[in-house]
Design a protein around this ligand. Structure first.
Ligand code: TRP
Length: 343
């Protein structure tokens, strides 16, 4: 039975590479927090179809799926509270993705940031406009729309860089609703306004593609090393430092309580040394991640356990997607001959 009055939170994480602090702060942590609210249905999934767009190394896709599943579980995702599944276990998603592809305006896709970036790169390097651009990259937002609409999500916790994709999802949903009757609710992006895009080691957005990340579950020593690599300026101890432009401060903010935030603000004005600030930043992050990190390494050694959780998750997810897709099939004219869509 489809209950569409309920608040439904959904988010996905692409299974390429190792999750980093930016993923944690921007997506995983807010999503897990939101899943603890009563009366909401939460859907969290491993976006392994999306991974195939970015990564054609089967080993990496496979390993990342395990790592990312283990990450969410280690960070306190409770599979009895949340529908936790792997995108490729839900055949209704690519099927819906095709339906949406049939009505999504190409011009809308032209405006997607990821595609535009790839295009711009080609222009800048005098390559053919289409060089190295797969159709999957171009239609990435449609697959994402299918992820969201398949479960009639109302709220989608994402990083700021994904807001555009949610807007496109609404555009596509609206067009579908206009053509085929109201099938989809309008999803809204939820962005953690404390810090949604974390800066990386070099001060740009923390991102796999910039190679400036701090992996989430680095062993302590390595975490310390990475934090020491965060770019700072040449101000000496005793000289007041600007919080606004400091990556150290910005990351601090993402982990700090109100008091800790005020405290570090003050320390910056008092000219804390970069070494000291980084040491304290390490302590702060490490305190939050210590226990999950231990759980994470244990989980990696139990892939069968992770698999059993995902198996259960797929069953729960399909309790929604199977009947919903059947309803959609009727709305677009795909139903048994000799029947009516009301049968
Ligand atoms: N595109 C998202 C990212 O790169 C991952 C994702 C895929 C997603 N499908 C989604 C996020 C659906 C939210 C909802 O971060």
């Amino acid at each position: 039975k489809l209950d569409n009055d309920q608040e439904r939170i959904l988010t996905g994480i692409t299974t390429t590479g190792t999750p980093h602090l930016g993923n944690y702060v921007g997506a995983i942590r807010p999503a897990i927090n939101a899943s603890k609210t009563e009366g909401v249905a939460s859907y969290f999934f491993l976006a392994d179809f999306h991974a195939l767009i970015k990564c054609q190394d089967p080993e990496v896709v496979h390993e990342s799926t395990k790592e990312i599943a283990a990450t969410w579980l280690a960070l306190g995702l409770d599979p009895s509270n949340v529908v936790f599944y792997r995108q490729s276990d839900i055949p209704e998603i690519p099927q819906l993705s095709w339906y949406l592809t049939c009505i999504a305006p190409k011009g809308l896709m032209n405006r997607a940031h990821a595609y535009k970036d790839a295009l711009q790169k080609n222009i800048d390097t005098d390559e053919d406009n289409d060089f190295g651009i797969a159709l999957g990259l171009f239609s990435y937002p449609v697959l994402m729309a299918a992820d969201i609409l398949m479960f009639n999500a109302t709220k989608v916790p994402v990083g700021k860089d994904q807001i555009q994709h949610i807007e496109m999802t609404r555009d596509i949903a609206q067009r579908f609703n206009y053509l085929y009757g109201n099938q989809f609710s309008m999803p809204e992006a939820v962005v953690d306004d404390r810090v949604s895009i974390l800066q990386g080691l070099d001060g740009r957005k923390m991102s796999k593609s910039y190679g400036n990340t701090i992996p989430l579950f680095l062993p302590e020593k390595q975490l310390k090393k990475h934090i020491n690599k965060i770019k700072t300026n040449l101000l000496e101890p005793g000289e007041p430092k600007d919080t606004e432009t400091s990556t150290v401060f910005q990351i601090w903010k993402a982990f700090a309580s109100q008091e800790q935030l005020a405290y570090m603000h003050n320390e910056f004005q008092n000219g804390i040394s970069w070494g000291d600030a980084k040491r304290q930043l390490f302590e702060l992050i490490n305190d939050e991640l210590k226990e999950p990190r231990d759980r994470y390494y244990k989980l990696l050694e139990s892939p069968d356990y992770i698999e059993s959780i995902l198996f259960e998750g797929a069953i729960k997810a399909r309790e929604y997607s199977v009947p919903f897709l059947e309803k959609i099939n009727k709305s677009i004219g795909l139903y048994p001959l000799g029947k009516t869509k009301f049968d």
